[in-house]
Write a protein that binds this ligand. Structure first.
Ligand code: G6P
Ligand code: MG
Length: 214
């Protein structure tokens, strides 16, 4: 039975995916590399360096580590500007209610994010205190689709992976959940999120029953 639900952040609890896209697009434009929303789909859940290298590769560019570091810093500064105005109003509808129902049912709530900005974002969304454990990119070596961040969250929660459900909007994230030995719920398009046991269009459509019955 389910004892913990571990949520991804970007694209599951809030729409930061659009800001990541804008910031990468601005950088790609500057480098003269075409970058579309379709391309961005591949980058959801992929960490900062992995995302940069994906874009550089698309443009046939290989840069030094120092250049890569400079470009990541530039993208992140732009991203931070874009998310600076975020408030509790940016939390997706349905999240507060789902969290409250999970809590009432004694199911723990975790976060497993590939973002180094996760703590800042959950603080802005006003939900930081609702997590029993937060695992993010600052604490792991291997990023999604590696299961490390989900396993770290389960460990922090004190719940065995087989009693955890992971919730993700990205293909890399679904793979990470499956490799962690957890059950995967997708948020988004069922045709895209292969490997998820169930897919819901939004987190609001995901109900407590769906979780307890999975
Ligand atoms: C999430 C997003 C990715 C982003 C990654 C790293 O997984 O889905 O689009 O690249 O986090 O975010 P960061 O805030 O550390 O640059
Ligand atoms: Mg995501």
């Amino acid at each position: 039975s389910c004892r913990a639900v571990i949520f991804d952040l970007d694209g599951v609890l809030t729409d930061t995916a659009i800001y990541h896209f804008h910031a990468w697009k601005a950088l790609a434009d500057e480098l003269g590399i075409a970058f579309t929303e379709h391309d961005n789909e591949q980058l959801k859940g992929v960490d900062r360096l992995g995302s940069l290298r994906w874009i550089l590769q698309k443009g046939g560019l290989t840069l030094s580590e120092a250049e890569e570091a400079r470009l990541m810093q530039q993208k992140n500064a732009h991203y931070l500007e874009l998310i600076d105005h975020m408030t509790t109003a940016d939390l997706y509808p349905g999240v507060q209610q789902l969290f409250a129902e999970l809590r009432q049912s004694g199911i723990k709530i975790g976060l497993a994010s590939a973002s180094k900005n996760a703590a800042f974002v959950v603080e802005r969304l006003g939900i930081a205190a609702q997590f029993d454990y937060i695992a993010d990119a600052n604490q792991v070596i291997n990023s999604k689709p590696d299961p490390e961040v989900f396993l770290l969250a389960a460990n922090g929660l004190g719940v065995a992976p087989e009693h955890c459900i992971g919730v993700e909007d990205a293909l890399a994230g679904i793979e990470a959940i499956n490799r962690a030995g957890m059950k995967a719920i997708g948020i988004g398009d069922a045709r895209v999120l292969n490997g998820a046991l169930k897919v819901y269009p939004t987190v609001q459509a995901l109900k407590l029953n769906d979780i307890t019955e999975l």
